[in-house]
Ligand binder design. Structure first.
Ligand SMILES: [Cu+2]
Length: 394
């Protein structure tokens, strides 16, 4: 490259960097992040949300100067990435707080989270509690990372639509030591159907497409990570270990499946989600265009609806889903903050221990089980700047 051209590029970068140092908008320089830049229609929704949230902040505990900004993993600096990964390993080295008689396979502090997620799966997915339950779940892990392990940042999110064409281009999955590692090693395998235990309908199954991995991850900071509970959704359920609560130490496996990302979790569908007109539409769009696909794309442990938090990337995956809900709520905080839609159980189905219970609708007064004895009402998990929560998504 001629010296002159190089200088121009250097100058452009320096100019941009000083701009972003003044808290300039992040989309101004997409080539620094890579992937597909945020299109203007999505950006409009994002800006309206951010403006409305900031305007709603009064003189309470959550203010414009102390609100936590949750950013994309691709946008935070390397030191914050290193610190986040360190804090995850720190929680993995701490003993669980839960009563281990409930799950002898729970061996560390992260397993407190995995346990309650397994335990609640049939109530918090394809139900009215999906979004508020996971919002509080994310807040709990963020708090644990910060207060118990000294993490200085906030929960990052996986910028899924930016990398929909090739997720390995994202710093989340590029395989470096500041990523979550890449795909699992290739193990020949075909598509399967796995049974979801606990429902009264016998042998309710979920299809699992065959991806390009299937084995243990071979790079990144979680290469030698040992997980213990699960898997739960399996081809054959062992009645002695129905929910995978027994110890089953093993590696972290993944099975990237591009068919769930390319042309699916793209900006167009992200925009469709935040542009939903009603809560019913929003929940359907999130479930069908995004939620299941993001788990299916990662595959392996992350694709088990019960024990999916075994993969540390789970929290970034769900932060993106929480962000889409936040942006939708932020278009009209008054009408949408407490909007709820859906049943009290997975697709309204009865549980195997109470097969005659008819479906009923979730309400914002219903208590949720977050584990460790915390049973907040559903409405507690809905606002972003109240009840001790104070965050905004970039
Ligand atoms: Cu979940």
């Amino acid at each position: 490259m001629p010296l002159f051209g190089g200088l121009i590029i250097l100058w452009a970068c320096a100019a941009w960097m000083s701009q972003s140092a003044l808290a300039g908008p992040i989309w101004w320089n997409p080539h620094h992040v890579g992937g597909i830049p945020m299109p203007s229609d999505f950006r409009k929704f994002q800006l309206t949300y951010q403006k409305n949230i900031r305007r709603s902040l009064g003189a309470g505990n959550c203010t414009n100067s102390n609100i936590a900004v949750r950013k994309s993993w691709d946008e935070i600096d390397n030191a914050t990435r290193v610190d986040y990964i360190r804090a995850v390993h720190c929680l993995a080295a701490k003993p669980p707080l839960m009563d281990m008689r409930l799950a002898p396979g729970a061996v560390n502090r992260l397993d407190d989270f995995t346990y309650i997620h397994i335990n609640q799966t049939n109530f918090i997915h394809q139900s009215g509690y999906l979004l508020p339950w996971h919002r509080l779940f994310l807040w709990q892990i963020e708090k644990a990372l910060r207060e118990e392990c000294g993490y200085k940042g906030y929960l990052p999110y996986w910028d899924v639509p930016r990398f929909s064409e090739d997720q390995t281009k994202s710093k989340v999955f590029d395989g470096s030591m500041t990523s979550f590692g890449g795909n699992g090693a290739f193990v020949p395998h075909g598509p399967r159907r796995v049974i979801l235990p606990g429902l009264a309908v016998r042998n309710f199954t979920l299809p699992k497409p065959a991806g390009t991995g299937g084995g243990c991850i071979t790079d990144g900071p979680f290469q030698n990570f040992t997980i213990s509970m699960g898997p739960v959704a399996k081809v054959i359920i062992d009645p002695e270990n129905k929910f995978g609560y027994k110890p089953n130490p093993r590696c972290l496996s993944r099975d990237f499946f591009d068919g769930a990302s390319k042309g699916v979790m793209n900006w167009a569908n992200a925009t469709t989600i935040v542009a939903s007109n009603t809560m019913k539409e929003l929940r359907n769009n999130i479930e069908h265009l995004w939620h299941l696909n993001s788990h299916t794309f990662v595959g392996g442990e992350a694709a088990d609806p019960f024990s999916t938090p075994n993969d540390p990337v789970f929290y970034l995956l769900h932060a993106q889903i929480d962000r889409l809900w936040a942006i939708w709520q932020g278009q009209d905080l008054e009408q949408r903050t407490y909007a709820i839609d859906g049943n009290r159980t997975f697709l309204g189905l009865a549980m195997d221990y109470a097969p005659d219970v008819p479906p009923s609708l979730a309400t914002i007064e219903d208590p949720m089980d977050m584990g460790l004895g915390w049973h907040p009402k559903t409405k507690e998990g809905m606002p972003m700047t109240e009840n001790g929560r104070c965050f905004i998504y970039d």
